[in-house]
Design a protein around this ligand. Structure first.
Ligand SMILES: [Zn+2]
Length: 138
């Protein structure tokens, strides 16, 4: 029995079985990884340089930190960008707590995970807001 339901971002209906997926856009991932690397280069004090002469991070700099890439949930038929190169998880492979934990452990091996909003995916489950929600208990 399913513990969790994916909710489609487009039609707001549950995604059953293999009719849809949770996904991130690979080109967005590549872009954010590159942007973060550039941001780090611009804001890191070179080794050996005295701190007093180093650059400080201003509030503006922090606001310029690249935004996290959003995980999206769609039925095949509702996906507005079906041609996107995507990292996707089929709905029926992430429908129990155990599967969610396994996916989270697996994704934590990816360098790019911290540049996505996976934390919000997990946090949102009990809020029932979007994407992954608790399955109704009968
Ligand atoms: Zn849909």
């Amino acid at each position: 029995m399913a513990d969790l339901h994916l909710i489609c971002d487009t039609c707001r209906k549950p995604i059953d079985g293999a009719t849809g997926y949770l996904w991130v856009d690979n080109s967005q991932i590549n872009a954010v990884v590159k942007a973060v690397a550039e941001w780090n280069r611009a804001h890191t004090i070179p080794e050996g340089e005295p701190l007093a002469g180093g650059r400080m991070c201003s509030a503006t700099d922090l606001f310029s930190y690249p935004e996290a890439v959003q995980w999206q949930a769609h039925h095949h038929a509702c996906d507005p960008s079906q041609d996107a190169s995507a990292y996707s998880i089929q709905a029926d492979r992430i429908s129990t707590w155990r599967e969610l934990l396994d996916w989270t452990a697996h994704l934590m091996e990816k360098e790019w995970l911290t540049h996505t909003d996976w934390d919000d995916v997990l946090r949102g489950i009990h809020g029932g807001q979007s994407r992954l929600v608790l399955a109704a208990t009968n």
